[in-house]
Design a protein around this ligand. Structure first.
Ligand SMILES: Nc1ncnc2c1ncn2[C@@H]1O[C@H](COP(=O)(O)OP(=O)(O)OP(=O)(O)O)[C@@H](O)[C@H]1O
Length: 227
Protein backbone atom coordinates (compact mmCIF):
# COMPACT_ATOMS: atom_id res chain seq x y z
CA UNK A 1 0.00 0.00 0.00
CA UNK A 2 1.31 3.41 -0.90
CA UNK A 3 -0.14 6.78 0.02
CA UNK A 4 -3.51 5.23 0.87
CA UNK A 5 -6.32 7.43 2.19
CA UNK A 6 -9.68 6.03 3.15
CA UNK A 7 -12.71 7.60 4.79
CA UNK A 8 -15.98 6.00 5.89
CA UNK A 9 -17.73 9.24 4.87
CA UNK A 10 -17.94 12.89 5.92
CA UNK A 11 -17.42 13.28 9.68
CA UNK A 12 -16.76 9.56 10.10
CA UNK A 13 -13.58 7.54 10.61
CA UNK A 14 -10.66 8.15 8.27
CA UNK A 15 -7.42 6.22 7.88
CA UNK A 16 -4.09 7.10 6.22
CA UNK A 17 -1.47 4.51 5.35
CA UNK A 18 1.80 5.98 4.06
CA UNK A 19 3.43 2.71 3.18
CA UNK A 20 2.69 -0.87 4.13
CA UNK A 21 4.38 -3.83 2.55
CA UNK A 22 4.56 -7.51 3.34
CA UNK A 23 6.86 -9.98 1.57
CA UNK A 24 5.73 -13.42 0.38
CA UNK A 25 5.77 -15.81 3.32
CA UNK A 26 6.38 -13.03 5.84
CA UNK A 27 4.47 -12.99 9.13
CA UNK A 28 3.66 -9.51 10.44
CA UNK A 29 2.14 -8.60 13.80
CA UNK A 30 0.12 -5.37 13.54
CA UNK A 31 -0.84 -3.56 16.70
CA UNK A 32 -2.04 -0.14 17.75
CA UNK A 33 -4.71 1.64 19.76
CA UNK A 34 -8.39 0.99 19.29
CA UNK A 35 -9.75 2.95 16.34
CA UNK A 36 -6.31 3.48 14.76
CA UNK A 37 -7.35 1.75 11.55
CA UNK A 38 -6.06 -1.81 11.75
CA UNK A 39 -9.30 -3.48 10.65
CA UNK A 40 -9.66 -0.86 7.92
CA UNK A 41 -6.19 -1.77 6.64
CA UNK A 42 -7.27 -5.41 6.47
CA UNK A 43 -10.48 -4.44 4.62
CA UNK A 44 -8.43 -2.46 2.10
CA UNK A 45 -6.02 -5.39 1.64
CA UNK A 46 -8.98 -7.74 1.18
CA UNK A 47 -10.49 -5.43 -1.45
CA UNK A 48 -13.75 -5.09 0.49
CA UNK A 49 -13.00 -1.39 1.08
CA UNK A 50 -11.94 0.94 -1.70
CA UNK A 51 -9.35 3.65 -1.02
CA UNK A 52 -10.14 7.29 -1.88
CA UNK A 53 -6.49 7.75 -2.84
CA UNK A 54 -3.32 5.74 -3.23
CA UNK A 55 -2.19 2.38 -4.58
CA UNK A 56 -2.88 -1.10 -3.30
CA UNK A 57 -1.27 -4.16 -4.87
CA UNK A 58 -2.17 -7.57 -3.51
CA UNK A 59 -0.57 -10.80 -4.78
CA UNK A 60 0.59 -8.93 -7.87
CA UNK A 61 -2.83 -7.41 -8.62
CA UNK A 62 -3.18 -3.64 -8.80
CA UNK A 63 -6.59 -3.14 -7.18
CA UNK A 64 -7.07 0.26 -8.79
CA UNK A 65 -7.05 -1.35 -12.23
CA UNK A 66 -9.60 -4.01 -11.27
CA UNK A 67 -13.39 -4.01 -11.19
CA UNK A 68 -14.99 -4.94 -7.90
CA UNK A 69 -15.84 -8.37 -9.34
CA UNK A 70 -12.18 -8.89 -10.26
CA UNK A 71 -11.13 -7.86 -6.74
CA UNK A 72 -13.64 -10.37 -5.36
CA UNK A 73 -11.92 -13.03 -7.47
CA UNK A 74 -8.47 -12.10 -6.12
CA UNK A 75 -9.92 -12.46 -2.63
CA UNK A 76 -11.63 -15.78 -3.33
CA UNK A 77 -8.59 -17.28 -5.09
CA UNK A 78 -5.77 -15.97 -2.98
CA UNK A 79 -6.79 -14.67 0.44
CA UNK A 80 -7.63 -16.37 3.70
CA UNK A 81 -9.48 -14.23 6.22
CA UNK A 82 -9.98 -14.91 9.93
CA UNK A 83 -12.37 -12.48 11.60
CA UNK A 84 -12.57 -11.64 15.27
CA UNK A 85 -15.98 -13.33 15.52
CA UNK A 86 -14.94 -16.01 13.02
CA UNK A 87 -18.01 -15.48 10.72
CA UNK A 88 -18.68 -19.18 10.36
CA UNK A 89 -22.00 -20.36 8.92
CA UNK A 90 -23.74 -21.70 12.03
CA UNK A 91 -26.04 -24.22 10.35
CA UNK A 92 -23.30 -25.81 8.24
CA UNK A 93 -21.07 -28.61 9.52
CA UNK A 94 -17.44 -28.07 10.46
CA UNK A 95 -16.30 -29.75 7.25
CA UNK A 96 -18.64 -27.69 5.04
CA UNK A 97 -17.47 -24.48 6.69
CA UNK A 98 -13.83 -25.37 6.04
CA UNK A 99 -14.60 -26.26 2.42
CA UNK A 100 -16.63 -23.09 1.77
CA UNK A 101 -13.81 -21.15 0.02
CA UNK A 102 -13.56 -23.98 -2.53
CA UNK A 103 -17.14 -23.30 -3.58
CA UNK A 104 -16.26 -19.72 -4.51
CA UNK A 105 -12.96 -20.34 -6.26
CA UNK A 106 -12.13 -22.93 -8.90
CA UNK A 107 -8.42 -22.07 -8.49
CA UNK A 108 -8.59 -22.88 -4.81
CA UNK A 109 -10.54 -26.04 -5.44
CA UNK A 110 -7.99 -27.15 -8.04
CA UNK A 111 -5.15 -26.66 -5.54
CA UNK A 112 -7.03 -28.73 -2.97
CA UNK A 113 -7.57 -31.52 -5.53
CA UNK A 114 -3.86 -31.39 -6.35
CA UNK A 115 -3.03 -31.72 -2.64
CA UNK A 116 -5.13 -34.88 -2.17
CA UNK A 117 -8.79 -33.91 -2.40
CA UNK A 118 -11.29 -31.94 -0.33
CA UNK A 119 -11.89 -34.35 2.56
CA UNK A 120 -8.22 -35.25 2.99
CA UNK A 121 -7.00 -31.64 2.89
CA UNK A 122 -9.73 -30.30 5.19
CA UNK A 123 -9.25 -33.25 7.57
CA UNK A 124 -5.49 -32.74 7.65
CA UNK A 125 -5.83 -29.06 8.44
CA UNK A 126 -8.39 -29.68 11.18
CA UNK A 127 -6.24 -32.39 12.77
CA UNK A 128 -3.10 -30.27 12.74
CA UNK A 129 -5.05 -27.35 14.20
CA UNK A 130 -6.07 -29.53 17.14
CA UNK A 131 -9.46 -30.88 16.01
CA UNK A 132 -8.43 -34.52 15.63
CA UNK A 133 -11.78 -35.85 16.82
CA UNK A 134 -13.49 -37.15 13.66
CA UNK A 135 -16.99 -36.77 15.15
CA UNK A 136 -16.48 -32.99 15.37
CA UNK A 137 -16.30 -32.69 11.58
CA UNK A 138 -19.94 -33.48 10.95
CA UNK A 139 -21.21 -31.29 13.81
CA UNK A 140 -22.75 -27.89 13.21
CA UNK A 141 -20.31 -25.14 14.16
CA UNK A 142 -22.93 -23.60 16.46
CA UNK A 143 -22.39 -26.66 18.69
CA UNK A 144 -18.68 -25.99 19.16
CA UNK A 145 -16.78 -24.08 21.83
CA UNK A 146 -15.27 -20.69 20.96
CA UNK A 147 -11.78 -22.19 20.86
CA UNK A 148 -12.95 -24.95 18.52
CA UNK A 149 -14.72 -22.42 16.25
CA UNK A 150 -11.50 -20.45 16.07
CA UNK A 151 -9.67 -23.51 14.74
CA UNK A 152 -12.40 -24.11 12.15
CA UNK A 153 -12.07 -20.47 11.04
CA UNK A 154 -8.29 -20.92 10.70
CA UNK A 155 -8.72 -24.12 8.65
CA UNK A 156 -11.21 -22.33 6.39
CA UNK A 157 -8.78 -19.46 5.84
CA UNK A 158 -5.91 -21.82 5.06
CA UNK A 159 -7.66 -24.23 2.71
CA UNK A 160 -6.41 -24.21 -0.88
CA UNK A 161 -3.08 -22.50 -0.13
CA UNK A 162 -3.97 -18.78 -0.26
CA UNK A 163 -0.98 -16.46 -0.70
CA UNK A 164 -2.03 -14.09 2.07
CA UNK A 165 -3.83 -14.62 5.37
CA UNK A 166 -5.48 -11.66 7.10
CA UNK A 167 -6.35 -12.25 10.75
CA UNK A 168 -8.27 -9.69 12.80
CA UNK A 169 -7.80 -10.35 16.52
CA UNK A 170 -8.72 -14.01 16.26
CA UNK A 171 -7.39 -14.75 19.74
CA UNK A 172 -9.06 -12.01 21.73
CA UNK A 173 -11.88 -14.20 23.06
CA UNK A 174 -9.51 -16.72 24.63
CA UNK A 175 -7.37 -16.93 27.75
CA UNK A 176 -3.67 -16.33 27.24
CA UNK A 177 -2.50 -19.98 27.34
CA UNK A 178 -5.11 -20.99 24.77
CA UNK A 179 -4.17 -17.97 22.66
CA UNK A 180 -0.51 -18.80 22.36
CA UNK A 181 -1.24 -22.50 21.80
CA UNK A 182 -3.60 -21.57 18.97
CA UNK A 183 -1.15 -19.06 17.53
CA UNK A 184 1.63 -21.64 17.49
CA UNK A 185 -0.56 -24.02 15.49
CA UNK A 186 -1.67 -21.23 13.16
CA UNK A 187 1.89 -20.05 12.51
CA UNK A 188 3.05 -23.61 11.82
CA UNK A 189 0.26 -24.07 9.28
CA UNK A 190 0.90 -20.68 7.69
CA UNK A 191 4.57 -21.60 7.31
CA UNK A 192 3.69 -25.00 5.91
CA UNK A 193 1.47 -23.39 3.25
CA UNK A 194 4.00 -20.65 2.43
CA UNK A 195 1.40 -17.90 2.93
CA UNK A 196 2.16 -14.40 4.18
CA UNK A 197 0.26 -13.37 7.32
CA UNK A 198 -0.95 -10.04 8.69
CA UNK A 199 -2.12 -10.65 12.24
CA UNK A 200 -3.88 -7.86 14.13
CA UNK A 201 -3.87 -7.99 17.89
CA UNK A 202 -3.75 -5.82 21.00
CA UNK A 203 -1.78 -8.48 22.81
CA UNK A 204 1.77 -7.36 22.25
CA UNK A 205 3.24 -10.28 24.16
CA UNK A 206 2.36 -12.37 21.09
CA UNK A 207 4.55 -10.23 18.81
CA UNK A 208 7.75 -12.22 19.47
CA UNK A 209 6.27 -15.15 17.55
CA UNK A 210 6.28 -13.13 14.30
CA UNK A 211 8.96 -12.10 11.77
CA UNK A 212 8.14 -8.43 12.26
CA UNK A 213 5.90 -6.21 14.35
CA UNK A 214 4.42 -2.97 13.17
CA UNK A 215 2.66 -0.18 15.04
CA UNK A 216 -0.37 1.46 13.53
CA UNK A 217 -1.04 5.03 14.66
CA UNK A 218 -0.12 6.44 18.01
CA UNK A 219 1.03 3.96 20.52
CA UNK A 220 0.97 4.15 24.29
CA UNK A 221 4.42 3.48 25.77
CA UNK A 222 4.84 -0.20 26.48
CA UNK A 223 6.75 0.38 29.69
CA UNK A 224 4.38 0.59 32.60
CA UNK A 225 1.44 -0.14 30.35
CA UNK A 226 -1.24 -2.04 32.21
CA UNK A 227 -1.79 -5.57 30.91
N1 LIG B 1 -18.26 0.99 9.38
C1 LIG B 1 -17.73 2.13 9.83
N2 LIG B 1 -18.37 3.31 9.63
C2 LIG B 1 -17.82 4.48 10.06
N3 LIG B 1 -16.66 4.58 10.70
C3 LIG B 1 -15.99 3.44 10.94
C4 LIG B 1 -16.47 2.16 10.52
N4 LIG B 1 -15.58 1.21 10.90
C5 LIG B 1 -14.59 1.86 11.52
N5 LIG B 1 -14.82 3.19 11.56
C6 LIG B 1 -13.94 4.22 12.13
O1 LIG B 1 -12.72 4.19 11.38
C7 LIG B 1 -11.60 4.34 12.26
C8 LIG B 1 -10.70 3.10 12.15
O2 LIG B 1 -11.43 1.99 12.64
P1 LIG B 1 -10.82 0.50 12.66
O3 LIG B 1 -11.95 -0.42 12.99
O4 LIG B 1 -10.07 0.27 11.40
O5 LIG B 1 -9.80 0.58 13.89
P2 LIG B 1 -9.00 -0.59 14.64
O6 LIG B 1 -7.59 -0.11 14.78
O7 LIG B 1 -9.21 -1.87 13.93
O8 LIG B 1 -9.73 -0.60 16.03
P3 LIG B 1 -9.94 -1.81 17.09
O9 LIG B 1 -8.58 -2.12 17.63
O10 LIG B 1 -10.82 -1.18 18.14
O11 LIG B 1 -10.60 -2.95 16.38
C9 LIG B 1 -12.18 4.56 13.65
O12 LIG B 1 -12.24 5.95 13.86
C10 LIG B 1 -13.57 3.96 13.57
O13 LIG B 1 -14.46 4.61 14.44
Amino acid sequence: MNGVEFSYGPGRGAVSIGHFEIAPGEKVFLYGPSGAGKSTLLGLAAGTLNPDKGDITVLGHDFHALSSAARDKVRADGLGIIFQLFNLIPYLSVLDNVLLPCRFSTARRARVEEDGGMKAVAGGLLSRLGLEDMTIRSRKVSELSVGQQQRVAAARALIGRPGLILADEPTSALDSDTQSAFLELLLTEVERSGAALVFVSHQRELATMFDREMAFGELPALEGESA
